[in-house]
Design a protein around this ligand. Structure first.
Ligand SMILES: Cc1cc2nc3c(=O)[nH]c(=O)nc-3n(C[C@H](O)[C@H](O)[C@H](O)COP(=O)(O)OP(=O)(O)OC[C@H]3O[C@@H](n4cnc5c(N)ncnc54)[C@H](O)[C@@H]3O)c2cc1C
Length: 380
């Protein structure tokens, strides 16, 4: 766990090489103009990066979450937006792999893993974010179909996804009234509202879904009626590890950039890295990143062993993304005024880091999960 195997190092190098050649050239312009490129998503699929932990029989690489984190860290070093694309496209794979029928798996997993279909996850609504169990979108059973009505908000890949795993209410109030559905991107009655103009992750589209009498086959339900909240929470437990891994990659990129800059930039006739005030800052950044990476690897390892991992996943998400925020902010500081301009990538890293403290459950919600877990252990 403390040292990558030769195979894992080879995988990391292959991903890094691909990202340098294929993702890096468009990162700055796409951040500026908010462009998402489906062809880059498909190219990652051709390389096998989109279905790392998906079983080989369903078109994935059949590796572990550990390897998935290694891949995400490398992608995030170059583009946090595409790391999030890979992570979000992974959510339907995790959900269908764990809870889908054989037909649902056969129809969607190979396409999602190969980059032939883009996946999305639709839980949040305008009035229910952290309190997702209070959602209002409804799914009414009519014969062999469900009719969906409502609005989903903040949906990554909204408008470009081929499949949304959509949570909607089939029963009474609260989490127990929620069911999960496969919602095809071309379903009649599904339309797309506002595309958010965001601070960061600007190459990753975030769009409102409007469901107006959307009819889907009853066979598109995932699990039993009323089981949808469990489906969503299980997906988020896994998803938190992937956001944490992306946070580590972003942090590492910021540290490496700031470190090289500090050896080259001279003030008072010496490189600024020779001032203790700067080198201590870099040392603290390195310590935080290394601790975050260890937590991410532990969470992934626990999951791969089939051991309970939700609590450590919440810790990893919280620590790694708080680290990403602090490390990227410090990277801007190391570059001084230059760090505050678009001449250098550290300002983008800082903008991209912020959202990682918010998505897949804010870091306050992670602390809530960790606190509850601790309480259970201490109760007599
Ligand atoms: C770029 C982006 C992409 C996203 N992609 C998706 C997606 O693909 N699919 C999807 O379903 N959602 C997505 N989301 C939504 C995201 O999951 C929510 O923004 C997040 O869950 C927080 O919900 P909210 O924004 O409504 O904030 P709120 O829930 O209103 O929270 C506001 C503040 O109150 C705090 N807070 C709330 N409740 C508590 C509590 N009990 N204790 C302590 N503090 C609390 C929060 O931590 C936060 O600081 C995305 C969001 C963004 C910004």
């Amino acid at each position: 766990m403390f040292q990558l195997t030769e195979d894992q190092v080879d995988l990391a190098e292959a991903v890094a090489g691909f990202c340098r050649e294929t993702l890096a050239p468009t990162v700055e312009a796409d951040d500026e103009h908010q462009v998402f490129r489906p062809e880059l998503f498909r190219a990652m699929g051709e390389q096998g990066f989109l279905g790392v932990p998906t079983p080989e029989e369903h078109g994935g690489l059949g590796l572990g979450y550990f390897e998935y984190c290694v891949v995400l860290e490398e992608i995030a070093k170059v583009s946090a937006s595409y790391a999030v694309t890979v992570a979000v496209n992974g959510l339907p794979q995790v959900i269908l792999g764990q809870f889908g029928t054989e037909e649902q798996k056969a129809e969607w997993l190979p396409k999602l893993a190969a980059g032939e279909a883009l996946g999305a996850f639709a839980l949040s609504e305008p009035e229910s974010g952290s309190d997702a169990g209070a959602m209002k979108t409804t799914a009414e059973r009519r014969g062999d179909t469900y009719v969906l009505n409502g609005t989903k908000f903040w949906i990554t890949h909204g408008g470009v996804a081929d499949i949304y795993i959509c949570m909607a209410r089939t029963g009474g109030p609260g989490p127990k009234g929620v069911s999960a559905f496969i919602l095809p991107g071309d379903a009649t009655g599904l339309s797309f509202g506002k595309k958010e103009n965001k601070m960061g992750l600007r190459a990753s589209p975030t769009v409102e879904l409007v469901l107006d009498d959307v009819v889907i086959p009853a066979a598109n339900r995932i699990g039993e009626e009323g089981f949808g909240f469990n489906v969503a929470m299980a997906a988020l437990d896994s998803g938190r590890i992937t956001i944490a891994a992306s946070g580590v990659g972003l942090s590492q990129a910021a540290l490496d950039y700031a470190g090289v800059y500090a050896t080259e930039r001279k003030q008072f006739k010496k490189p600024i890295i020779d001032f203790q005030g700067v080198s201590f800052m870099l040392a603290d950044m390195a310590c935080k990143i290394e601790s975050s990476r260890l937590l991410v690897h532990k969470a992934a390892w626990l999951r791969d062993q089939g051991l309970p991992y939700a609590n450590i996943a919440a810790m990893a998400k919280c620590v790694a993304t708080d680290t990403a925020m602090s490390v990227t902010t410090d990277a801007v500081q190391v570059l001084g005024g230059y760090g505050y301009t678009k001449e250098h990538p550290v300002e983008r890293y800082m903008r991209d880091a912020k959202v990682m403290q918010i998505v897949e459950g804010t870091n306050q919600i992670q602390r809530l999960v960790i606190g509850r877990h601790l309480k259970r252990g201490w109760m007599r």
